[in-house]
Design a protein around this ligand. Structure first.
Ligand SMILES: NC(=O)c1ccc[n+]([C@@H]2O[C@H](COP(=O)([O-])OP(=O)(O)OC[C@H]3O[C@@H](n4cnc5c(N)ncnc54)[C@H](O)[C@@H]3O)[C@@H](O)[C@H]2O)c1
Ligand SMILES: [Zn+2]
Ligand SMILES: [Zn+2]
Length: 386
């Protein structure tokens, strides 16, 4: 089969690989219909995630048709068209019982923090991902979810990560009616966080980025105010100025470890790797939120040291909330929102690229060429069931 293949930082290609096989009775094999490239894949692509092994296949956002099931699979049958949450989770452990599917204790032997994730290095379990024609889906009775008959496949594929992650970012912000919400990052996750902030009752939503075409897009798509960080000398002062000098009620980090905007953070976090990524947006969020406010973090950071102004957070009495998204928990509500027309996920897709051109797709998305917001890969033989 054709699959994306990681060769090293900034080097990926499409290549023929053996098709995956059932390895456990509760596995399924899925023929991929669509898969996306995510901002999280860029951390892998840029060589920032430890134990990203050459020869592995990325891709944790995919839909597909079940082509084979293991003998113990009860909830799926061959031919089902499913969306597969990026988390691999058992459904029964201490954490899954509390709907913390992103923290499943049984699917990632390498870590005590994050659970298993498709195509996301051996630090999240070493599973191959869905930027391929076929993918092995473990715990097949638990994660995959039937795509409703009336749902567009491109809406479905955005339900595997970007939309639920943005939604959970807003939810963890504990937004109350009338709150002023600042979202850092106008990538897919930030765009959906901004859109979701209104659903939770925000009275004002402000999105910060430095890529002008993304700011222009989010301004329209999420009916929000925008700030280009390039125009701002001091972010905390700027946000305070916009919010009667008290600060925002809620700040949401949808950027993570590759943030631009601070030379010191960029050098120490991204080039010298003295900390696990640039903590620029954490500084801005903690310093821009009002006393007693909430900072919600979904932008990804490595597990080790980051120079975070925790003293400011303490003295301001902030609530800090963060996690990998627990995708499955949000699906019923988000499917309802899509069916009612309150959110149109696929409008953020700007690029539909054949899997064989995966190298170009990564370059376009990584370098923000051609006004790219979200790129979807289409494998050969990607027919969607009627
Ligand atoms: N927690 C989770 O479950 C989860 C799931 C999906 C993605 N993520 C993470 O969320 C983040 C965003 O994902 P995405 O797909 O939208 O990625 P993306 O790379 O497309 O978007 C990130 C955006 O942040 C902007 N940016 C850079 N520095 C900034 C700064 N200082 N202030 C404001 N904006 C800045 C970039 O220009 C870009 O538009 C990534 O870190 C990704 O790994 C987390
Ligand atoms: Zn993702
Ligand atoms: Zn579990």
């Amino acid at each position: 089969m054709l699959a994306m293949d990681y060769r090293g930082p900034y080097r990926v290609r499409a290549r023929q690989k053996p098709e995956p096989e059932i390895e456990h009775p509760n596995d399924a094999i899925v023929r991929v219909t669509r898969s996306c490239i995510c901002g999280s894949d860029l951390h892998l692509y840029h060589g920032l995630v430890p134990d990203t092994r050459v020869g592995t296949t990325f891709g944790h956002e995919f839909t597909g048709v079940v082509s084979e099931i293991g003998p113990s699979v009860r909830n799926l049958k061959v031919g089902d068209h499913v969306l597969v949450p990026f988390n691999i989770f058992c459904g029964t452990c201490f954490f899954c019982q509390r709907e913390l599917y992103g923290n499943c204790h049984n699917t990632n032997p390498e870590a005590t923090a994050a659970g298993g994730i498709y195509g996301y290095s051996h630090t999240t379990g070493g599973y191959d991902g869905g930027q391929a024609e076929y993918v092995r889906v473990p715990m097949a009775d638990i994660g995959p979810t039937l795509i409703p008959g009336d749902m567009h496949v491109e809406d479905a594929v955005l339900l595997t990560d970007a939309l639920p992650t943005g939604y959970q970012a807003a939810e963890m912000g504990e937004i109350e009616k009338g709150d002023v919400v600042v979202v850092f990052g106008a990538g897919p996750v930030g765009i959906f966080a901004a859109r979701s902030a209104w659903l939770f009752g925000a009275s004002r939503v402000i999105v910060v980025d430095h890529v002008e075409y993304r700011l222009e897009f989010v301004r329209q798509y999420a009916a929000c105010e925008v700030v280009n960080l390039k125009d701002v000398a001091d972010m905390a002062i700027h946000i305070k100025k916009m919010t009667d000098w008290l600060g925002a009620d809620v700040c949401i980090d949808c950027v993570g470890c590759e943030a631009a905007g601070s030379l010191a953070q960029t050098i120490s976090g991204r080039y010298l790797k003295l900390q696990a990524g640039a903590a620029t947006v954490l500084h801005w969020a903690i310093n821009s939120v009002r006393k007693g406010g909430t900072v919600s973090i979904v932008g990804v950071y490595g597990p080790t040291f980051n120079a975070v102004p925790i003293g400011n957070a303490l003295n301001k009495g902030l609530t800090l909330r963060m996690n990998q998204a627990s995708v499955k928990r949000h699906l019923p509500r988000l499917i309802e929102h899509i069916q009612a027309g309150r959110i149109e996920p696929r409008k953020i897709i700007t690029h539909r690229i054949p899997l064989e051109d995966v190298a170009d797709a990564y370059q376009i998305f990584s370098s923000k060429l051609d006004n790219c917001i979200k790129a979807v890969l289409i494998p050969p033989n990607a027919g969607v069931p009627a």
